[in-house]
Design a protein around this ligand. Structure first.
Ligand code: FE
Length: 147
């Protein structure tokens, strides 16, 4: 097994895809770089209620805050808005016979999930995000990562 220290290094922009694959592991790599989807209720953050920020697992950019996380019942971490106006990019996605809006990290282009128009009143939007795409950092804990 590889170490815990590695995940705190977010100098991933310069890494090759094969280095990224090694560092992230097959499952996370598949979601982030091949637009995969983790199975519902299997990720590590769908039910997390702690205060903190959710970062891109590839580049470390702050993408979502626990303040906008809510329980959508979907089995994936759900947020009604991104951490900032330019944290994520939204792209049309017609794969799998559906018209959806894909959500990717604005900074590095990694796949995060999709956004749907059935969110709570705050925005009406549901950002349905894979746990595998995120690294959670608990408030006030500096640099806390778990594997
Ligand atoms: Fe990123």
């Amino acid at each position: 097994m590889s170490s815990k220290e590695e995940m705190t290094d977010k100098g991933n922009a310069a890494k090759s895809e094969s280095e990224l694959r090694q560092e992230l592991g097959e499952e996370r790599y598949h979601v982030l770089r091949e637009k995969g989807t983790e199975r519902a209720f299997t990720g590590k953050y769908w039910d997390l209620k702690d205060d903190g920020t959710y970062h891109c697992a590839v580049c470390g950019e702050v993408l979502f805050s626990s303040e906008t996380k809510y329980d959508s019942g979907s089995g994936w971490p759900s947020f009604y808005q991104p951490a900032s106006g330019d944290a994520v990019k939204e792209l049309p996605d017609s794969s799998h016979g559906m018209l959806r809006t894909e959500v990717v990290c604005q900074k590095c282009g990694s796949h995060l999930g999709h956004v749907f128009p059935d969110g709570p009143p705050q925005s009406g939007l549901r950002y349905c995000i894979n746990s595998a795409s995120l690294d959670f950092e608990k408030s006030g804990s500096g640099e806390e990562k778990e594997d």
